[in-house]
Every structure is written in structure tokens, then in C-alpha cells.
Write a protein that binds this ligand. Structure first.
Ligand SMILES: Nc1nc2c(ncn2[C@@H]2O[C@H](COP(=O)(O)OP(=O)(O)OP(=O)(O)O)[C@@H](O)[C@H]2O)c(=O)[nH]1
Ligand SMILES: [Mg+2]
Length: 594
């Protein structure tokens, strides 16, 4: 394959604007799949958690062939919590497809990903997607994108972007915004025309900056990145170097390139190609694979720091060790460290006050996905409530992270949202109205947003759209009262009894149904008042010799509130923990008066 025939393009956008759907169409329409091959929709969302949630979590490589070109496509996640993924994979791209929803226009994460592409001076092709939507307003969207680029100080070559109007779902794109049929090939033609082939000297010293780490059952750890100089072949001796001077040697055992969504083994590869390399077991994202005779490590572009942290602790609840396979502090540590090798937005430190680890990430979802992955792999542990990462200003004042929040909501439901965000210390910056919908823009402390997602769903009857992205560090706003209610705590270890639950349900909302095991200190419900109460959910009816009238045997229990992992994480407060095992998620109180 000749160097000039390669294109490396990243697809970036706000969450749900249609990136993965677009990749499906590009792969399909270039005949990448066999005629009768069964292909899942959003084939690049290959992780279980991605399919379950309908969002992309990890960036992934794929490729297609078109007009003698090998086009490497990098699909990226749009959710703000996975912004670190976008930052690191942009190192492999020579240009970007920037998708924008034809009705919504640029959203907070559009701004973030575009900023990162412009910082790397990548040429951008704008695709106004979902033009089939009745509310589509293509001209307005293009104007908005232009303004956004100007505000980001984009150089002229980026401001001079090409635009296509597309419906990824139905598989067509055109320079004509009124098109309602056709194919996606104009996207590929424009990639070939507008995105440069990778530069670099194939006769020079080897340089490959590792952008992704993957694991393969057969080949072990895979380091993925673009060869920016020189050549690479199986059995070649290399060194792995960092720009801080650390260096170690190794040998290439296997080499892969991307064909469609698969890695295909090759004997050698050259400058400009995106490859996966096996054989370097200790390698990390951000390191450079380079020439032993002339090692030249590439600088790592720093990524935004984490804003939220949680403590991961070995489980010491009364039910500890019953359900998990990996339960010790050592197990947890090894697993967390392994994650930091591939996820550069994640930081892990030992706790000094107790056994356990402080795990810092980009947001609640970022950490919740890690917890869910570990749970499915058989880990058992407990986590503390998330807390934001504070900083100190030069004058020594406490600073906390703020998010830019955008809310789309029906006008008649706006009042509740504004009231709730007010108590969470949000500052309303802008209000835009179009028809019966209102768009609100806020600046709000990250702390104020913790746990807000589920309240927002209730306040807007599931019809609102909420988006946020890290904005900056700003002044600390003081105490925030996020949970008004106290909890109901069990006073002993036993099994719930319907009779007891029947009496308790008058006092609040219960989290357990009948015949469920619980332990002393477990949070079994939410009290309807502000204080905590300690109860016995196993208390049965006193037996008497005389049978009472039949009516009091008829117990009708309200179904218990079952919270998801994310809801549990945002529910707990200081002094409470979420206990996580492969089978259960429980809440517990550390100290209470029995
Ligand atoms: N109406 C319409 N819906 C579309 C179009 N393209 C994608 N969608 C839908 O939009 C939703 C999100 O699509 P995805 O491809 O998962 O979006 P994404 O940008 O990859 O999302 P993340 O990776 O989570 O950021 C899906 O329900 C798609 O079916 C389109 O052109 N028109
Ligand atoms: Mg996606």
C-alpha cells in the first residue's frame, strides 16, 4: 500500500449526533461487509455496555477502502465524561469529520471536541446530520458552526471548511440540503479531497505515539497508534520511550492494520498507517515506540485533568466476600492500575488514611462505567460518594470546578427546572425560546450537578434534554444541600418480613421487598423526614393464642425503589457507601446509633 493512498480521519461530535451510525453507512456502502453478512446496527459500539446504553464509551478504529484509498476511521464518544478518549485518539487523525445535529446545532460537547481538533490544526469537514428531522435548520447550524470556529480562533484553512448535509440513518449525504436520497459516497470523496494524506518520512527513524491500548485474548496487550516516521516490521527490535527520558527495549511480535472493524495481521507497515502492535507488555498510552539506534520520543499532548473523585475500598460489610471473585485490596489495586494504562483521563492514588484508592475521573458516568465493568468481571468492593477535586487560587482561595449546562425543555415544565437548579447554585446565563421549547444555559458548580440527572428526568417527565461540559475552575460556593431526606437503617442482620415492611412503608420509601437478606447498617429506605431512623425490617407480628380478624393478614406492599448503580452513587452522602458485588448493589451507613 502506497503512503499517499492513506487517509486517517476522526469522527467527532456531541453525544447522539449520529457518529456511529455514519460509520455504519460508510462501511456498508463501500462493500466492507459481505453481501449476506449479518451486521449489527452501530457495529462499532461493540462493548456490551455500549450496546446496552446506546452510547459510545471507547473510541475505536475501523477502516474502509474507496477509490484506491485505505481510509482509517476513528469513531469517538460524544458524552462529555469520555472527552479524554477523544483527546487521545486525535493524535492518530490527519483531519476530522465534525457532525452537528441539523435541529439542535452545536452543543456543549461540540465545542469541546472542535476545540481539541483546532488545537491540533486538523482540517475539518462539517456534516450537518439528521436533515430528515422536521425541525432541521441547516443554514442556521452552519452559521453557528462558523461562529464557534471563530470564537475558537480557528486558522483560515479550518474556517474554510466544506459542508455536507446528511441523513446517516438513511445513508445519504449531499452538498444540497434539500436532498432526500442518494448515498454516503460524497463524504468519502470529500475526505480524499480535503483531508491530507499523512505526512512523515518513511526513510526516517521509527516513531509511533501510542494512542490506545487494547487487549486481545491471543496476542495480549496491543499498542495502537499512527506511525509518524519510519517503518515497522514483525520481529523488529524497538525501544519504548517517554519524553521524560524513561526508556526500555522490546521486540515486535505481531503487527496488525485495520480492515473494516477487524485487525488483520501484516508483516510490515510504514509511515502514515494506523497499526496495532503486540509484544510490548508494559507499554502505556502516551509512550513512543521508536528506533533503538536513534530514539526520538514524541511529546504527549496533555489532556484535561479529572474533576471528580471517589474512594474505592475493599468490602468490609457484614456480607463481604460472599459474592465476588476478586475481593482483596490487592486485586482492586491491580485492576485499577491496569485501567490507567489505557484510560489517560483516569487517575488512581493510594489512600493514606485507610486501605483503598482515590480514583479520579471526568464525571459520574466515567466512574460508574468503570465500576460496572469491574463488577461484571467479578470484583467486589465499595465506593464513597463522589466529590469534586478542589484547587487553590494564587491568592490561596478555594476553587471548585464548574460546568456549562444546556437544557432543552418544554416551556410549561421550565419552572421546576429553574427552581431546582437555583438551589443547586446554578447561574442562568441565557434563555432561548423557539416554539414551545426553551433552551436554558447555565454555569453551575460540578457539585451542584451531582445526582441531578435523575431529578431532571422526573421534573421534565423524561422529555427534557440535559447536557454539560466542564467549563473552568471558579470560586467555591459553600455548602450545598443535595439530599433533603434522611435514610432508614437496619439495626441487625436478617431477612425482611412483609409484616415489618408494611409498618415501615408509612415512614418513607423502601429499597427492599419481602424475603431479602439485609445486614446491620444497611440503608433499606429513604425516610420521609430529614433525620435518619434505625429500624428492624425483620420484625414479625407477635403471636397470640387468639387469631385476630382476617383483615390484618392482608398486607399490600408498595413495590420497593430499585436504584441503578449511577443513582446509588449520586444518592449517598458523606458517611455512607455503595457496596458493589457481581450480584448486588447495596447502600450502607458507616456510623449510626442503634
Ligand atoms: N432522524 C435521524 N436520526 C439519526 C440519524 N443518524 C443517527 N440517528 C439516530 O441518532 C441516535 C444516535 O446515533 P449514534 O450513531 O449512536 O450517535 P453517536 O454520535 O455515535 O452517539 P455517541 O457515540 O453516544 O456520542 C440513534 O438513535 C440513531 O438512529 C439521522 O440522520 N436522522
Ligand atoms: Mg457513537
Amino acid at each position: 500500500m502506497k503512503k499517499s493512498k492513506i487517509r486517517n480521519v476522526a469522527i467527532i461530535a456531541h453525544v447522539d449526533h449520529g457518529k456511529t451510525t455514519l460509520v455504519d453507512q460508510l462501511l456498508k456502502q463501500t462493500g466492507t461487509f459481505r453481501e449476506n453478512q449479518q451486521v449489527a446496527i452501530r457495529v462499532m459500539d461493540s462493548m456490551d455496555l455500549e450496546r446496552e446504553r446506546g452510547i459510545t464509551i471507547m473510541a475505536k478504529n475501523g477502516s474502509c477502502r474507496y477509490k484506491d484509498h485505505h481510509i482509517n476511521i476513528i469513531d469517538t464518544p460524544g458524552h462529555a465524561d469520555f472527552g479524554g478518549e477523544v483527546e487521545r485518539v486525535l493524535n492518530m487523525a490527519d483531519g476530522a469529520l465534525f457532525l452537528v445535529d441539523a435541529a439542535e446545532g452545536p452543543m456543549p460537547q461540540s465545542f469541546f471536541v472542535l476545540k481539541k481538533a483546532i488545537a491540533r490544526k486538523l482540517p475539518v469537514i462539517v456534516i450537518v446530520n439528521k436533515i430528515d428531522k422536521p425541525m432541521a435548520r441547516c443554514d442556521w447550524v452552519v452559521d453557528q458552526v462558523f461562529d464557534l470556529m471563530v470564537s475558537l480562533n480557528a486558522p483560515d484553512h479550518i474556517l474554510d471548511f466544506a459542508v455536507l448535509y446528511a441523513c446517516s440513518r438513511d445513508g445519504y449525504a449531499s452538498t444540497d440540503m434539500s436532498a432526500r436520497s442518494g448515498d454516503m459516497l460524497p463524504v468519502l470523496d470529500l475526505i480524499i479531497e480535503r483531508i491530507p494524506s499523512p505526512v512523515g518520512d518513511s526513510a526516517g527513524s521509527l516513531q509511533l505515539l501510542v494512542s490506545t491500548i487494547n487487549y486481545s485474548q491471543y496476542s495480549g496487550r496491543l499498542a495502537i497508534g499512527k506511525i509518524t516516521s519510519g517503518k515497522l516490521a514483525v520481529n523488529q527490535e524497538v525501544v519504548v520511550a517517554t519524553d521524560k527520558g524513561h526508556i526500555c527495549s522490546g521486540r515486535i511480535v505481531k503487527l496488525f492494520v485495520y480492515e473494516a472493524t477487524k485487525q488483520v495481521e501484516v508483516a510490515s507497515a510504514s509511515t502514515g498507517e494506523i497499526v496495532a502492535v503486540a509484544g510490548l507488555e508494559q507499554i502505556k498510552v502516551g509512550e513512543t515506540i521508536t528506533d533503538p539506534a536513534n530514539p526520538i520520543p514524541l511529546p504527549w499532548i496533555p489532556v484535561d485533568p479529572p474533576t471528580l473523585s471517589m474512594n474505592f475500598l475493599p468490602n468490609d460489610s457484614p456480607f463481604a466476600g460472599k459474592e465476588g471473585t476478586f475481593v482483596t485490596s490487592r486485586h482492586i489495586r491491580d485492576r485499577l492500575m491496569r485501567e490507567t494504562l489505557s484510560d489517560i483521563a483516569l487517575h488512581v492514588e493510594d489512600l493514606t488514611s485507610q486501605p483503598g484508592y482515590k480514583v479520579s475521573g471526568r464525571g459520574e458516568l466515567h466512574l460508574a462505567i468503570l465500576i460496572e465493568k469491574m463488577r461484571r468481571e467479578g470484583y467486589e468492593f465499595q465506593v464513597s460518594p463522589p466529590s469534586v477535586i478542589y484547587k487553590k487560587s494564587e491568592e490561596g482561595e478555594r476553587l471548585e470546578p464548574y460546568e456549562e449546562l444546556t437544557i432543552d425543555v418544554a416551556e410549561n415544565l421550565m419552572g421546576k427546572v429553574i427552581e431546582n437548579l437555583g438551589t443547586r447554585k446554578g447561574q442562568l446565563l441565557e434563555v432561548h425560546q423557539s416554539d414551545a421549547m426553551v433552551r436554558l444555559k447555565y454555569k453551575i458548580p460540578t457539585r451542584g450537578l451531582l445526582g441531578y440527572q435523575s431529578e431532571f428526568m422526573t421534573d421534565t417527565k423524561g422529555m427534557g434534554i440535559l447536557n454539560y461540559v466542564f467549563a473552568e475552575y471558579g470560586p467555591y460556593v459553600g455548602e450545598l444541600l443535595l439530599r433533603k431526606n434522611g435514610v432508614i437503617i437496619a439495626n441487625q442482620t436478617d431477612v425482611t418480613v412483609a409484616y415489618a415492611l408494611d409498618n415501615l412503608q408509612e415512614r418513607g420509601v423502601l429499597f427492599l421487598g419481602p424475603a431479602e437478606h439485609f445486614y446491620a447498617g444497611q440503608i433499606v429506605g429513604e425516610h420521609s423526614r430529614e433525620n435518619d431512623i434505625v429500624v428492624n425490617p425483620a420484625k414479625s407480628k407477635k403471636l397470640t393464642n387468639m387469631r385476630a380478624s382476617g383483615s390484618d393478614d392482608a398486607i399490600i406492599l408498595i413495590p420497593p425503589r430499585r436504584m441503578s448503580l449511577e443513582q446509588c452513587i449520586s444518592y449517598i452522602m458523606e458517611g455512607e457507601l455503595v457496596e458493589i458485588t457481581p450480584k448486588s448493589i447495596r447502600l450502607r451507613k458507616l456510623k449510626y446509633n442503634n
